[in-house]
Design a protein around this ligand. Structure first.
Ligand code: NAD
Ligand code: UDP
Length: 319
């Protein structure tokens, strides 16, 4: 049985990846220090014969006994309010942790895939974003802790690949949503749906003309699985190119939830990217991948799952 280490396993994406790799017949070691994760995301896996959970901070030396085939590094605060609250941990998990994990991959002869992000493009001046665009990032702005950690992580990964011959893969993930997102992580989808469910006003930052392109989690997981199994080493964008303004997105959530709350406008966060849409030609070409789930379907599934959340999760808001 193939063995895979998934860091950030108790998080939104990590937990869905655990499910997928178990389904593929692999043994999954899920590692997480729970700084932004939630054990409820993997509660259904506890006691499963193909799953082991290790509570551990991967910025420290990482040891795994026995053979290891794959490593997926997904540990990192991922939402703006998280990484603004814990900036040093964000920088450390993108730098110290990837160094340990690349060392582990080298020792075990394992293939390592890192979760990079569309944030490496910063506030992009090229639209849609292709992988050969180098980005427009403010290194010393508040978002720099996340963007630069991810850029360093990519550089370190390529260095280990070129210098030590470690097998590596880099996925640049664009805004992804679905069940198990944390209701209070501040990202726009849980923010809007949470506000609708709590009967609060819908908060648009800026004038709402900024764009994002939202990918349903199952599509992303499929793209990641294909990339890991491919022989493509350079970064690959995985995301849904269906672009929408945040104002239009708010309208969609209002219609979906039937809320009669009003929209209120708040200040746009510093360095908030004005537009974002992945060019997925490369993923189509090298992975034969493209998203399948429409935003209408994905939002419906996500809304249904949020409606089932216990009150204490729905009302736990941090801003
Ligand atoms: P998440 O916050 O739900 O999950 C991250 C997990 O990592 C959490 O469970 C957290 O406890 C864990 N973690 C953080 N620091 C750790 C450490 N030092 N040691 C061990 N565990 C640690 O976020 P997510 O949305 O699931 O994001 C997962 C990964 O995907 C991140 O690397 C993120 O940068 C990347 N990503 C996500 C998106 C998205 O739209 N969701 C977009 C681009 C990139
Ligand atoms: N946003 C908003 N209202 C909110 C939360 C976010 O208008 O309550 C905006 C935010 O300013 C950004 C977009 O929605 O322009 C997406 O934000 P998110 O934090 O989800 O992701 P990111 O900015 O990292 O793409």
């Amino acid at each position: 049985m193939k063995k895979v280490l998934i860091t950030g396993a108790a998080g939104f994406l990590g937990s869905h990846l655990c499910d997928r790799f178990i389904k593929e017949g692999m043994f999954v070691i899920g590692m997480d220090n729970l700084i932004t994760g939630d054990m409820d995301n993997i509660a259904h896996l506890m006691g499963h014969e193909q799953f082991e959970f290790v509570q551990y901070d991967v910025t420290k030396f990482v040891h795994v006994s026995g053979d290891l085939d794959y490593i997926l590094h997904f540990a990192s605060p991922a939402s703006p309010i998280d990484y603004l609250k814990i900036p040093i941990q964000t920088l450390k998990v993108g730098s110290l942790a990837i160094h340990h994990l690349l060392g582990l991959a080298k020792e075990k002869n394992a293939r390592l895939l890192i979760a990079s992000t569309s944030e490496v493009y910063g506030d992009p001046t090229v639209h849609p974003q292709t992988e050969d665009y180098w980005g427009n990032v403010n290194p010393v702005g508040p978002r720099g802790v996340y963007d630069e950690a991810k850029r360093f992580q990519e550089a370190m990964t390529m260095a280990y690949h070129r210098y030590h011959g470690v097998e590596t893969r880099i996925v640049r993930i664009f805004n992804t949503y679905g069940p198990r997102m944390r209701m209070n992580d501040g990202r726009v989808l849980p923010a809007f749906i949470g506000q609708a469910l709590r009967g609060e006003d819908i908060t648009i930052f800026g004038d709402g003309s900024q764009t994002r392109s939202f990918c349903y989690v199952d599509d992303l997981v499929e793209g990641i699985y294909r990339l890991l199994m491919s022989d493509y080493v350079e970064p690959v964008n995985i995301g849904n190119p269906d672009e929408i303004t945040i104002a239009e997105f708010a309208e969609e959530i209002i219609k979906l939830t039937g809320t009669n709350q009003k929209v209120v406008y708040k200040d746009l966060p510093v360095d908030d990217p004005k537009q974002r849409r992945p060019d997925i030609s490369l993923a189509q070409k090298v992975l034969g991948w493209e998203p399948k789930v429409s935003r209408a379907d994905g939002l419906r599934i996500t809304y249904e799952s949020f409606k089932k959340l216990p009150k204490e999760k729905l009302f736990r808001v941090e801003h």
